[in-house]
Ligand binder design. Structure first.
Ligand code: PMP
Length: 351
């Protein structure tokens, strides 16, 4: 088999998802509220009329129409994917040939690098050593030293929560010749976006998802927003029928109930601010500013905290093998009760 696999796949390790099931999941940046409970009767009504012998709408037209209304842009500026993961892969497959470069910052969401390697491209990571701040000028310098096809910027960044200023993003677009992808997976917890610039810059692609604030991680719906010319290229690569009919149905229903979602986003933001406040009062805990639904902390006691959480059925995200994130833990904001339980456990270690 070794002779058969592509060279880059030999270097890859599988994406690890923890196998133990914990009763409290604060490790995957999901929404802690199962909002499906409030909508499921309508969902059941709708699926009673489905013709499951037929393929779904290949381009998710109704979903895109709803999204277009929300963002006040045209449906032609939108592409829906089976999670934004799929769209990251579509973008790389559209633009990156073998041995060509993709630039990311480090740390960030790992799938940019993984999909680049799968495509046979080269991922160059610009390290964020200064309190995780993203060095705009270094990204520009590195991009211009070689032919760089795509630059991924994660805003706010997962796992640090750090923001990239809008001016910095515009500077990168204006000073390079690359496609610039701004991943706004956590946009709703912040409300700052660069989507208004997609018609001005053909090389800008913005990524969003319904997996986080929209509480639909199980349905796998992401979307990209870009100039119509750029979209035409991405649609050449998008697999047909990529979002199944159940997901399209539930996605539409959630978008039609955006007030319910908004109310829960406000709750999560309040919980986040309370959690950040509590972390600040703890000895030996460094807290990084966040604009998201997760918080990165650093502590000499990180290993102990993670182990104690695990013993008590709480999953948080540690980073054992990542140099820049040594002693860091990423904690997703949970419900009030979940957060209380976490804080009580942490107090046993750090106070
Ligand atoms: N981008 C970022 C920054 C993420 O954190 C994630 C999920 N962890 C994704 C994209 C993928 O999201 P989806 O569920 O839409 O595939």
């Amino acid at each position: 088999m070794k002779d058969l696999i592509k060279q880059n796949i030999g270097l890859l390790k599988p994406y690890v998802i923890p196998k133990e099931s914990m009763h409290t999941k604060l490790d995957a940046n999901e929404n802690p509220f199962n909002l499906f409970d409030e909508i499921k009767e309508k969902f059941i009504d709708e699926i009673m009329h489905l013709e499951l012998n037929r393929y779904p709408d290949t381009d998710s037209n109704e979903l895109r129409e709803l999204l277009a209304k929300f963002m006040d842009i045209k449906k032609e500026n939108i592409l829906c994917g089976n999670g934004s993961d799929e769209i990251i892969q579509i973008i790389i497959n559209t633009f990156v040939d073998k041995e060509e470069y993709v630039i990311t910052h480090n740390p960030t969401f790992s799938m940019y690098k993984i999909f680049t390697m799968i495509a046979g491209g080269r991922a160059l990571e610009v390290s964020c050593e200064n309190s995780f701040h993203i060095d705009i000028d270094q990204i520009i310098q590195e991009a211009n030293k070689r032919k760089t096809k795509v630059i991924f910027l994660c805003n706010p960044n997962n796992p640090t929560g750090i923001l990239i200023p809008r001016k910095g993003i515009e500077k990168i677009i204006n000073s390079t010749k690359s496609i610039v992808v701004v991943d706004e997976a956590y946009y709703e917890f912040l409300d700052e976006t660069i989507i208004d610039l997609v018609n001005q810059y053909e090389r800008l692609i913005v990524l969003r998802t319904l997996s986080k604030a929209y509480a639909l991680a199980g349905a796998r719906i992401g979307y990209a927003v870009a100039h119509e010319g750029t979209m035409e290229l991405l649609y050449r690569v998008k697999p047909p029928y990529n979002i199944n009919v159940f997901s399209q149905t539930i996605g539409k229903l959630f978008l039609q109930h955006s007030q319910l979602i908004d109310a829960h986003i406000q709750k999560i933001k309040k919980e986040r601010d309370d959690l950040v406040g509590a972390f600040y009062t703890m000895k030996d805990i460094e807290v990084f500013p966040t604009s998201s639904n997760f918080i990165l902390i650093k502590s000499r006691e990180a290993k102990k905290i993670i182990a104690l959480c695990k013993e008590n059925g709480i999953a948080v995200r540690g980073f054992e093998n990542e140099k820049l994130l040594q002693d860091c833990i990423r904690i997703t904001v949970g419900t009030r009760e979940e957060n209380r339980r976490l804080l009580d456990l942490m107090k046993k270690v750090v106070e």
